[in-house]
Design a protein. Structure first.
Length: 107
């Protein structure tokens, strides 16, 4: 069993913007490789990339209700993942977590 306390900082950093995710990827290299940190890096990287890709199209909806629902949905997913990283728990994001784990399995 790995020491989650050591890799918790890397997992938390991953949740701070897309730049934090890239920094966390470099922090979680060869000798410091942690499955806990890798799990959260995959979750947050997928969350940020899908936010930017889908947000581009939602912006063209020209509807404040659609845009507001989109932002609230992603904020709730971010809080859910971030709270898991703070508590040292590996729990997938609802709806999209399993997809992100398969897509970014090489990280």
């Amino acid at each position: 069993m790995e020491n989650i306390e050591k890799s918790k900082n890397t997992a938390i950093i991953a949740y701070f913007t897309i730049i934090g995710s890239v920094i966390a990827i470099f922090m979680n290299q060869e000798e410091n490789k942690s499955e806990f940190a890798s799990f959260h890096i995959r979750q947050t990287l997928g969350l940020f990339i899908s936010f930017f890709l889908l947000g581009y199209f939602v912006g063209y909806a020209d509807s404040w209700t659609a845009t507001s629902a989109f932002y609230i949905f992603y904020f709730i997913l971010w809080i859910y993942g971030f709270s898991g990283a703070l508590q040292g728990i590996k729990r997938e994001l609802p709806i999209v977590g399993a997809f992100f784990q398969k897509t970014f399995k090489s990280l």
